[in-house]
Ligand binder design. Structure first.
Ligand SMILES: O=C[C@H](O)[C@H](O)COP(=O)(O)O
Ligand SMILES: C=C(OP(=O)(O)O)C(=O)O
Length: 357
């Protein structure tokens, strides 16, 4: 048993399990170094408004969030964006295409936590480099004419990048977290809440309701100082069906029951469907089939004259199909290091199918 004399004054009872603190530049410093500029800000704001219009039913295009499960190589991400941008322009009258640019990965237990946390993928955890790389990649992608979508995981990281983001997600593992709901209540863009990993959709609906309210919580200001944050509430949030441990939830019955639960909660009766994760059994080939099934469902709903409740689709897609281990000795260019993704050709075909729907 520890006695008082075992504790030195410096150790005391605090930080017994903290190995170090490393300072990083404030959000204001990084944003000043890599400015959004008013031209890009106008583009981001216009994209956010278009996305909010789709989610509210004021614009009948389909929102498509498509891109790699995670970004580990900014060169491959820009290569992907260069291919996606002309397709986004071609389909712009039917689809609003947003590139998935995910820098923060929530893990079931442990694993690589994304480019911001460990940009070298070698355990050096150079977060400062990660933040700069992430921000500069977002600016480059915006310059190609593509809106970007990110998952927000760390409660203070959005201050470094969120001004460049047109759509955001709260993931299945954090949808029930008060911290993430508070965060969403202060974010400036529409936010999708995933259903829980067990398939529970109500927690996502609760997330949407909680995020619409005003909150007061602990945070950090733009200069990196501890602060009490007061938010206005975000009424542009929605639910994302991603399946769960019991199986997929993109079928007509699951969609109808989610929409009924939204109506009961007094929320807009519109959802996004994630074709990946538990809706595809994490199988990238199945993902394309799920997208095809959704396209068929949308076509049938339109033909019947009833309102379309599927407003958005999410696809995990990269240059090469499948996935590889982040620990591989030599990494295959353009292939995911997290979940399996559809390759480029399959992705382009799925976008064409969705546009036809
Ligand atoms: O989308 C990515 C993964 O599904 C998520 O980060 C969980 O990954 P893991 O179960 O491999 O940790
Ligand atoms: C982690 C993700 O999904 P989910 O939260 O649904 O597991 C993701 O979309 O990258």
């Amino acid at each position: 048993m520890t006695t008082i004399s075992d504790l030195t004054a410096a150790e005391s009872t605090s930080d017994r399990r903290i190995k170090s603190f490393r300072s990083i530049p404030s959000p204001d410093t990084i944003r000043t170094e890599l400015p959004l500029t008013s031209r890009r800000a106008l583009t981001v704001q216009r994209d956010r408004e278009e996305i909010a219009d789709i989610l509210a039913g004021r614009d009948d295009r389909l929102l498509v969030v498509v891109g790699p499960c995670s970004v580990h190589d900014p060169i491959a991400a820009i290569d992907y964006a260069r291919r996606l941008a002309p397709l986004a322009a071609d389909h712009a009258d039917r689809l609003k295409i947003v590139m998935r640019v995910y820098f923060e990965k929530p893990r079931t237990t442990v694993g690589w936590k994304g480019l911001i946390n460990d940009p070298g993928m070698d355990g050096s955890f150079d977060v400062e480099r990660g933040l700069r790389t992430a921000r500069s990649l977002l600016l480059d992608i915006i310059d190609l004419g593509l809106p970007v979508g990110c998952e927000f995981l760390e409660p203070t990281s959005p201050q470094y990048i969120a001004d460049a983001v047109a759509w955001g997600a709260i993931g299945a593992r954090t949808t029930e977290s008060q911290v993430h709901r508070q965060l969403a209540s202060g974010l400036s863009m529409p936010i999708g809440f995933k259903n829980g990993t067990d398939g529970n959709v109500q927690v996502a609906i609760d997330g949407v309701k909680a995020a619409a309210a005003q909150h007061v919580f602990f945070g950090v200001d733009d200069f990196g100082h501890g602060a009490v944050v007061e938010t206005a509430g975000n009424d542009e949030c929605h639910v994302i069906l991603r399946g769960g441990t019991a199986g997929p939830n993109h079928d007509a019955d699951s969609v109808a029951s989610a929409v009924a639960a939204l109506a009961k909660a007094g929320l807009p009766e519109r959802i996004m469907i994630d074709c990946s994760h538990a809706n595809s059994g994490k199988d990238h080939i199945r993902q394309a089939e799920v997208a095809e099934e959704i396209a068929t469902a949308i076509r049938a709903t339109r033909a019947s004259g009833t309102p379309v409740t599927i407003s958005g689709v999410m696809l995990e897609s990269f240059l090469e199909p499948g996935a590889q281990s982040p620990d591989a000795e030599s990494l295959t260019y353009g292939q995911s290091v997290t979940d399996k993704c559809m390759g480029w050709e399959a992705s382009a075909a799925v976008l064409a199918t969705l546009a036809r729907a």
